[in-house]
Design a binder for this molecule. Structure first.
Ligand SMILES: C[S@@+](CC[C@H](N)C(=O)[O-])C[C@H]1O[C@@H](n2cnc3c(N)ncnc32)[C@H](O)[C@@H]1O
Length: 320
């Protein structure tokens, strides 16, 4: 174990973990933060039972819970007295186990449902997306800040993850040699292609692909942009890790997303999974992926259609 823990913390953590369902919960939460409803579906047990297990493990500091609007998300504790213990426990879980394999399959089917819902949303809204985005994103300021974040760099290759209608490629195209946008929605890609063509942008292309597993060589990219994509994802940390993998040494990743907010309609109407991210949350993911946080900007709030103030954050990470 890499860090000393008190005997008391160790005993509390071990007692809390020493039960079959709770070990299965640790295994599944090591893959993804989830709500109690989703965990209930995966484990095939009643909600009160799962809630009891979760409460016990939260009290033992094995798990953390955070409230986001009407949802509560559970995840593995990444700080606190049991953070190291829980990582050790997870590493001891067997690679093959019938029940845990079945849990993992159910998790995958839930993740596929989320992806299908988001894809269906973008299929329906592809043509209107540029107008929808303007309703709640402080565009001009954000775009200016993104351009400034790389104005001291020579960018030969920029990758835009979840490129949608290709807006980020459009604004960066004069400042880069080559750009590639990746997206899972064929409808969004069709709009992006016709936009790039009509704007006569020849140094950027878009391609169908899943940003969880990029067909891009490690260490080959100067800049990765992730603009208003993380809040749709089940596992944003995995995409940041994948983005950092593709970066050259000294390369930068520019992440734009909402600060924590309570505009529940974005979840209900616009297929968002997460209601924003804290500065620390994204910076921790950057550090774990092997990048340092270079800069952080909170950009002007804009009156949204939901009559609430949304703050947009730009996180700039850099590889060593
Ligand atoms: C809100 S749009 C943002 C588009 C663009 N970055 C912008 O700011 O206008 C999010 C985009 O991410 C894409 N997306 C979501 N999950 C994805 C995944 N796993 N792989 C590739 N694209 C994904 C969606 O299809 C959608 O086009």
């Amino acid at each position: 174990m890499s860090e000393t823990v008190s005997l008391n913390s160790l005993l509390t953590a071990l007692r809390a973990a020493a039960e079959a369902t709770r070990l299965r919960l640790l295994a599944i939460l090591a893959r993804n933060e989830l709500t109690v409803t989703e965990l209930t579906r995966i484990m095939g047990q009643s909600q009160p039972r799962i809630s009891r297990h979760l409460k016990l493990m939260c009290e033992a500091h094995l798990l953390h819970r955070h409230q986001e609007g009407s949802w509560v998300l559970y995840g593995i504790a990444d700080s606190g007295p049991a953070a190291h213990i829980v990582q050790e426990l997870i590493s001891l879980l067997p690679d093959e186990d019938h029940e845990m394999d079945r849990d993992a399959q159910r998790l995958q089917s839930i993740q596929r449902e989320h992806m299908r819902a988001a894809t269906a949303y973008f299929e329906e809204n592809a043509r209107a997306w540029d107008d929808i985005r303007k309703l709640y994103v402080a565009e001009v300021e954000v775009e200016k800040a993104m351009l400034l974040a790389i104005d001291d760099m020579e960018v030969s290759y920029l990758l835009d993850l979840g490129t949608g209608t290709g807006r980020v490629l459009e604004i960066f195209s004069p400042s880069i040699q080559r750009g590639l946008g990746i997206d899972l929605s064929r409808e969004m890609l069709a709009v992006a292609r016709s936009k790039l063509e009509s704007s006569n942008i020849t140094n950027c292309q878009v391609r169908y692909g899943n940003i969880y597993g990029l067909a891009v060589d490690s260490g080959s990219v100067d800049v990765v942009t992730i603009h208003h994509v993380l809040h749709f994802l089940d596992d944003p940390a995995a995409v940041i890790k994948e983005a950092v993998r593709t970066l050259k040494s000294g390369g930068r990743v520019l992440i734009v997303d909402f600060a924590p907010h309570h505009v529940e309609t974005l979840r209900e109407v616009h297929a968002h999974r997460r209601l924003g991210f804290s500065d620390d949350e994204v910076n921790t993911w950057l550090h774990r992926a092997g990048a340092k946080s270079l800069a952080l900007h909170h950009l002007s709030t804009k009156q949204s259609d939901a009559a609430d103030q949304l703050v947009v954050t730009l996180w700039v990470g850099q590889t060593h």
